[in-house]
Structures are given as C-alpha cells and as structure tokens.
Write a protein that binds this ligand. Structure first.
Ligand code: PSU
Ligand code: MN
Length: 326
C-alpha cells in the first residue's frame, strides 16, 4: 500500500487529497491529528514541524515554549501546524498540546533520520524526527511545506570524517519545501551548497543575495537563487512538479536583524565548539547536538535566543508559502 502511494508522492502538483494518506488509508502505525486531517481533506494550508529540535536541539523548558510558540505563529497565519515525531512506535503527524509537552520532557529520545525511523516504529520507541525524517512523514501525509531552524549538511572536516547529513539526500528525493535559516554555521556551508547543486536541489535565499548562516544574516557565499515573495516560492515548487523533477527545495530565510549574532563573533564560538568535539571524539549522530549544546554554553544562552527567533521567523514564512500553494 505504501509502495503504491510512493509513486504518487512525486506528483506534487496535484491537490493533497488526491494522493495523500488519509486517516483511512494511512499505514496502521500512523496517527494523523484530527485538525491536520481536516485541513488536508479540505485543501487548507498545513505546515510540518520537526521534533529533533525539541528532543535534541534545545534544553527543557525552552524547547517546549519554542514548540508551542511556533505552532501559534502558524495558526495566526491561517495555517495548521503538524509537529511530526514517533511516540511509542506511533508515527505522529501533528501532536496535541499535551503530546508536544510530553515529548519536550522525554529522557533518552532517539534522533530519527531516514536510517532509523522505521526501527523506532517497529520497536515501539520514541524519537524526534530530523529534517530528513520529517520530510518523509510530511510527504506521506501530503504536506508540502515544512519549517525548521537549520538543516544538516556537510560537516567541517567531512573530507576525513565523511560526515554529511542525510538531510541533503532527502532534499534531493522528497517533494517538500524546507524553510530554514540556511545551513547551520557549524557546517561547511560552501561544501553543503556544492552537494545540493549536484543533487539538483534549488536553494532559494529569501530577500537576500547571500546565503544566511543560521545565527547570522550573512555568509561569504552567494545565494544560488533569490526570491522576495512567498507566492514566487510556491510558484517555483509547482513548476518543478509540472516538469516532473521530483525532490524538494531549500528556502534560506535570514534571521531577523534584531536577533542575529554577527558572523565574526559567531566564528570564535564555532571554532571552539569544533575543537571541543574533535577533542572529545564525538562522532555520528551526536556531532550536531554536541556542537549546539557547546555553543549554547559558550554564548551563555544567546545562541538559544537567536535559534528560537529564527525558527519563529521560518514558521511565519512557511505558513505564507503554504497558503499560496492551496
Ligand atoms: N536545527 C536546530 N537544531 C537541531 C537541528 C536543526 O536548530 O537540533 C537538527 C535537525 O533535525 C537536523 C539535524 O535535521 O539537526 C541534523 O542532524 P545531522 O547533522 O546528524 O544529520
Ligand atoms: Mn552527521
């Protein structure tokens, strides 16, 4: 049943309800939250949200407050938020307030990407979904727009560590618009852009000629593409679908000026966090959470404030793009 639906996912130009799973056709381990199911059935805008940022990206209670505020912003824009996670083996497409709060407090949650989302379902585990896994679940449900903070990418030193996030491959294959503040500045932004170009992923900076760098509004790297209006981003997605191109798109939305940490100041913190990760021998899935937590300490919480501000900013833009897709 899923294999048969899969062929249809690539046809992102059709209205959601023609190919999306519904509460009746979804795999049996899926729970589509009723407001999300109603919005999808009626063709109203829905924005997916990831949950690794809740389980691994921020400490409690900042994570819970951020998650609630981001959902409220999406609702205020007239769209329906769908936070995605795996809870006790159930794939949740949309969480209740209580479910979201419980996830924010869970100890030892898994970090779920394409490689492990099915394991968590089969083994009845609980985990936050990364950008890659959230895109998979969003596409399964017929949700075309997804807001996050920053995507995973090519890590500094990848030429020896081979550490390249599965987020990049997912962007190449799954038809969802991912609204981010760029690649996290802990990554090698230049190599990340090279991989995205090779894999045919449009990278669109919103209202900027240069790539933003997560905590900072600018980086030394020119933006591959620039668009200034949410409706143009929606139109680009539809044209890609009409061309049968498949795959997703990355929108890079600079953090608001009032909340940014200038690149020169960030660079010192990033280098220190990077050195600490190498010294501690951190590898694999632990690298990103380790770097984020170390930078949070080094900036005495300032990086967290910026992280929350940029996620909210991305949620607003994602809701506006979703509105133009319906
Ligand atoms: N953005 C944040 N905090 C995070 C992440 C993104 O502000 O914790 C998560 C996202 O879920 C992203 C993941 O998909 O980090 C990338 O992890 P990795 O580099 O291991 O692929
Ligand atoms: Mn990695």
């Amino acid at each position: 049943m899923i294999a048969h639906d899969r062929a249809k996912w690539h046809d992102a130009g059709k209205p959601d309800r023609e190919f999306a799973v519904t509460p009746d056709s979804a795999p049996p381990f899926t729970d589509i939250d009723p407001p999300v199911a109603a919005a999808l059935a009626a063709g109203r805008p829905v924005v997916a949200l990831e949950s690794t940022i809740i389980t691994h990206g921020m400490p409690y209670p900042a994570n819970a407050e951020m998650a609630a505020e981001v959902e409220a912003i999406i609702r205020a824009e007239g769209a329906v938020p769908a936070t995605i996670a795996v809870v006790d083996g159930r794939l949740k497409i949309g969480l209740s307030d209580a479910g979201r709060e419980a996830l924010a407090k869970v100890q030892g949650a898994m970090k779920l990407s394409r490689a492990d989302i099915a394991f968590a379902v089969t083994e009845g585990r609980t985990g936050g979904t990364t950008v890659a896994a959230t895109m998979i679940a969003a596409a399964l449900a017929g949700i075309k727009v997804f807001a996050t903070g920053g995507i995973g990418g090519v890590h500094k030193g990848a030429e020896t560590s081979f550490d390249i996030s599965a987020d990049l491959d997912e962007l190449a294959r799954t038809p969802v618009i991912v609204v981010s503040a760029g690649a996290k500045a802990i990554l090698d932004i230049e190599k990340t852009l090279e991989v995205l170009e090779t894999r045919g992923v449009p990278v669109v900076a919103y209202g900027s000629d240069v790539m933003p760098a997560f905590w900072s509004r600018t980086s030394p790297y020119p933006a591959p593409l620039r668009l200034d209006q949410p409706e143009r981003i929606a139109a680009l997605f539809q044209t890609r679908a009409a061309l049968g191109l498949g795959g997703g798109m990355l929108v890079a939305n600079p953090v608001p000026e009032a909340d940014e940490i200038p690149p020169a100041r960030m660079a010192g913190y990033i280098d220190a966090a990077q050195a600490a990760a190498v010294k501690a021998g951190v590898s694999g899935k632990k690298v990103t959470p380790f770097l984020l937590a170390t930078i949070l300490e080094l900036t005495a919480g300032e990086s967290l404030k910026t992280n929350i501000a940029l996620v909210k900013n991305n949620a607003r833009l994602a809701a506006r793009i979703a509105t133009h897709l319906t």
